[in-house]
Design a protein around this ligand. Structure first.
Ligand code: FAD
Ligand code: MG
Length: 297
């Protein structure tokens, strides 16, 4: 085996797992293609000690600190295939390089599938968000739109009045029942039924199908999430269903249902954040390390 552990994904979760393994002097490879989920945002909030910093700066500081350990190898690239070999795993990158390791740690995150509305994707991470804790405060108690995608948007609509005057744009995604309508009214949420034609203007101004224009300082919506890589599926890992998409099932030590394959971060939880990814990564790093000690294979 070339490596004791291969970590796929070198963002918050993967770096955090890798750091524990590096500090145990394990020979590890980290492969990363550089497409962090939050790359559309200029600032990251809610992670202790790093509040308001650029998301890329948090990652690159962590990477630099990791690479100071001499048992760590870093490769830029995309892993396209993973498979089990005798006593470990093999992986292949898009450029055709192959590596083997006794354990695999998947920290590959998720990809967001945004609602298909003209002007929305361009504003993702700047004026359109999904996490109120991450980006609500900076809207400064301004006007907020919640773009519904399904009944799960009730949750967003009930939360956001804590961050500003909220309008729920139903956009044909669901119809609140009497109980939901009463709950929205108690929270002071305005409900708009006319479908949305486009997001326009400098912030998140909305043009409706009946030509009315509503101006907002920010919009929240809930993208569908998809695994950012097919590796967990290729390895036969089981998945659980979250409200926004499937995620890899893991146990206490972050091992998946495929023995020897561990997963952490957004790829392995229903909803994530930088802090949660770092915490999961820490747990997974220790889990992987101890599996190398306490297991025969
Ligand atoms: P990611 O950060 O997504 O990293 C996954 C890594 O794996 C990437 O570097 C990717 O290139 C790599 N990768 C994937 N597949 C492969 C492959 N096959 N081969 C090689 N490499 C691969 N959270 C906060 O706490 N605060 C915020 O302010 C905040 N703002 C956000 C803003 C936006 C617009 C979005 C979309 C999310 C935001 N989040 C925020 C959530 C946060 O981005 C995620 O929870 C966090 O990035 C999860 O970390 P991760 O390491 O699990 O995955
Ligand atoms: Mg990661």
């Amino acid at each position: 085996m070339q490596f004791e552990v291969i970590v796929v994904g070198g963002s918050y979760a993967g770096l955090s797992g890798a750091l524990q393994l590096a500090r145990a002097r394990r020979r590890i490879l980290v492969i990363d293609e550089g497409t962090r989920r939050n790359r559309f945002a200029d600032s990251s909030h809610g992670f202790l000690g790093q509040d308001g910093r650029a998301p890329g700066a948090i990652q690159s500081d962590a990477r630099e600190q990791l690479l100071a350990y001499d048992t760590v190898t870093w490769v830029d690239g995309r892993v396209t295939q993973a498979w089990a070999v005798e006593r470990g795993f093999g992986i292949r990158t898009q450029s055709g390089d192959q590596y083997e390791g006794r354990r695999l740690l998947l920290a590959t995150g998720v990809r967001d599938e945004l609602p298909d509305i003209p002007g929305l994707a361009e504003r993702w991470g700047r004026h359109v968000f999904h996490c109120p804790y991450c980006h609500g405060y900076e809207l400064d108690k301004g006007k907020i739109a919640v773009l519904a995608v399904s009944p799960v948007s009730m949750h967003h609509a009930m939360m956001l009045p804590d961050w500003g005057e909220t309008t729920l744009l139903l956009n044909g995604a669901f119809e609140p029942d009497a109980e939901q309508a009463a709950a929205l009214s108690r929270r002071g949420v305005t409900v708009e039924k006319t479908p949305v034609r486009a997001v326009v203007g400098p912030a998140a101004t909305v043009e409706l199908e009946d030509d009315r224009v509503l101006s907002f300082d920010g919009m929240f919506t809930a993208p569908r999430t998809h695994m950012a890589s097919p590796l967990a599926e290729q390895l036969g890992c089981a998945f659980d269903d979250g409200p926004m998409g499937a995620f890899v099932r893991t146990g206490m030590t972050r091992e998946t249902t495929a023995p020897g394959v561990f997963a952490c971060g957004d790829a392995a939880r229903a909803a994530g954040s930088v802090a949660l990814a770092v915490g999961d990564g820490t747990m997974a790093g220790a889990g992987v390390h101890q599996s190398l000690i306490f297991r025969e294979t």
